[in-house]
Design a protein around this ligand. Structure first.
Ligand code: SF4
Length: 497
């Protein structure tokens, strides 16, 4: 049997699904949704910072030739007691680099660094694999720990590494997993030997396609399914969908007579029977009566910093860098617009908070889409700036959610495909309106691209920066302009306009 070269990543991918490793090796071009650079950078930044937790360290530089890393590690290990980062080892073709290794006369301690703010099972698998490799090489592994960010740490002054990171001791679990890991490695090798490059394995899709990570080969492994398939039924649990799948029921038609929540069934009925739009006028009227003029339509764009750059920020807190505001002050109905975009690389929270209280009067109706997000941003700004607190909380407390009628399916069309997010609702209500089509925007088309582009600004030329800033403004503006149009449409339906 040919021995497979495994690494921490390969091992973890293979235990999620061995076919994933096969695809990585022989059909990587079929992978979708690669990790955005921003997320990769986050991991790198957190890793670099964590290396300083125990003070001075010797870093083993990355080298494509892993043997060089192992040789350097052997040298570094002689200078005990010391801390080595990226210490690299290989046992029986199983390679690993330990993020942080504490090394002394009695043995070693393994510290695996993760940029998340909580412990996940897959991290334990990762660290246990390292325990397996080092133990087999004859090291006395005294401790195995996961180092991750502390979601409760709020920066106040200089970064305090001992508070920013949490160290969780998983030594007992890692050592108890020794035999399981040995078996897993054997099984992975058998699987890869059985399925050579010419023979794609026919593993069935299952829960492993979603946990712990959504697999990038999903489209490839489900290409036998019809376009409108059970996995596109919004709201239905993965477990239920897989149950149908395993019974050979793939299409909407296959499950139209099954017992499922009527709310999810609606999407299927609309699709199969090409039903006309559902509009519950009286209930929409009730909802619209909760809104009033003057009315302000608000939308934020935010970034999440894994490592808090400024005071008052905790890891992964959503901090705003932009807002768009459309508003109508009186019954004449003139729609006006204001907006704000921060300069990149500065703490703009104070400026945003000041602009919000300047641009939105107290006690007016404020509308957002999926308002929980906007409310949280306002609350956190209010906590940060006590002098603006009353006004910011007033804006928050007067907020209404324009998503509600769509979430409650008071208005539903086939084109919404079971969704109620604005990116589905807007084109469903205005199918032929190019000014409301996010596809017609330049550079920024969705909420995921906005922070990515904002964070990339400092690395761009002046000219490019201007172009991208403009794209950010246009994107956010469309979000609130879309709200105005939806509101107008609902008014029209209840005969208010
Ligand atoms: S989609 Fe599912 S079956 Fe296919 S490789 Fe990924 S996890 Fe495995």
């Amino acid at each position: 049997m040919n021995k497979l070269y495994l690494s921490k990543t390969k091992y973890c991918r293979a235990i999620q699904c061995p076919k994933m490793l096969w695809m990585d090796n022989f059909k990587p071009e079929e992978a979708e949704q690669t990790t955005p650079d921003e997320i990769f950078e986050t991991g790198t930044k957190v890793g670099e910072l964590a290396k300083r937790i125990f003070g001075k360290y010797t870093d083993i530089e990355y080298n494509n030739d892993k043997k060089q890393m192992i040789i350097q590690t052997e040298e570094a290990l002689k200078n005990k007691p010391n801390i080595i980062t990226e210490a690299s080892f290989s046992y029986n073709h199983n390679f690993c680099s330990v993020d942080i290794l504490k090394n002394d006369e009695e043995g070693v301690e393994i510290y695996e660094v993760k940029s998340s703010n909580h412990l996940k099972n897959i991290y334990i698998e990762d660290a246990s694999y390292q325990y397996y490799v080092l133990t087999n090489l004859g090291f006395n592994v005294k401790k195995v720990c996961i180092v991750h960010l502390n979601g409760e740490y709020v920066r106040n002054g200089e970064l305090e590494l001992d508070k920013l990171f949490v160290i969780e001791d998983i030594t007992d679990t890692a050592s108890n997993k020794y035999e399981e890991i040995e078996k897993n490695i054997k099984d992975i090798n058998t699987y890869m030997n059985k399925n050579n490059s010419n023979k794609e394995p026919d593993d069935k899709i299952g829960m492993q396609c979603f946990k712990p990570y959504v697999c990038q080969y999903w489209s490839h492994c489900t290409k036998h399914l019809p376009e409108k398939n059970i996995f596109k039924v919004k709201g239905l649990s993965k477990k239920k969908k897989l149950e149908f799948y395993n019974q050979g029921k793939y299409s909407f038609e296959d499950i139209q007579n099954e017992k499922i929540n009527p709310k999810y069934k609606e999407q299927i009925d609309f699709e199969i029977n090409n039903l006309k739009d559902k509009i519950e006028v009286e209930k929409i009227r009730e909802y619209m009566n909760t809104l009033s003029i003057p009315i302000y339509f608000l939308d934020f764009e935010t970034i999440k910093q894994a490592i808090p750059e400024y005071d008052g920020i905790y890891p992964y807190m959503q901090t705003p860098f932009q807002f768009s505001l459309h508003y109508i002050e009186d019954e004449k109905g003139e729609v006006k617009h204001k907006e704000y975009l921060a300069e990149p690389g500065v703490d703009s929270r104070r400026q945003i908070a000041e602009r919000l209280v300047q641009d939105i009067p107290m006690n007016v109706c404020v509308v957002a889409y999926n308002m929980g997000f906007e409310k949280r941003v306002l609350r956190e700004l209010a906590e940060q700036f006590p002098d603006l607190r009353e006004h910011l909380l007033n804006i928050r407390d007067n907020m209404k959610d324009l998503m509600k009628p769509f979430m409650q399916r008071l208005y539903y069309t086939k084109a919404m495909e079971g969704f109620y997010t604005i990116k589905y609702v807007l084109p469903a209500l205005f199918p032929d309106n190019p000014e409301l089509d996010y596809h017609n925007l330049e550079d920024v088309h969705n909420g995921g691209e906005a922070p990515e582009i904002f964070l990339s600004l400092p690395s761009k030329s002046k000219e490019e920066q201007e172009k991208l800033k403009n794209a950010l403004l246009e994107y956010c503006k469309l979000d609130t302009y879309g709200l105005v149009k939806i509101w107008e449409k609902l008014r029209e339906i209840i005969g208010g306009q």
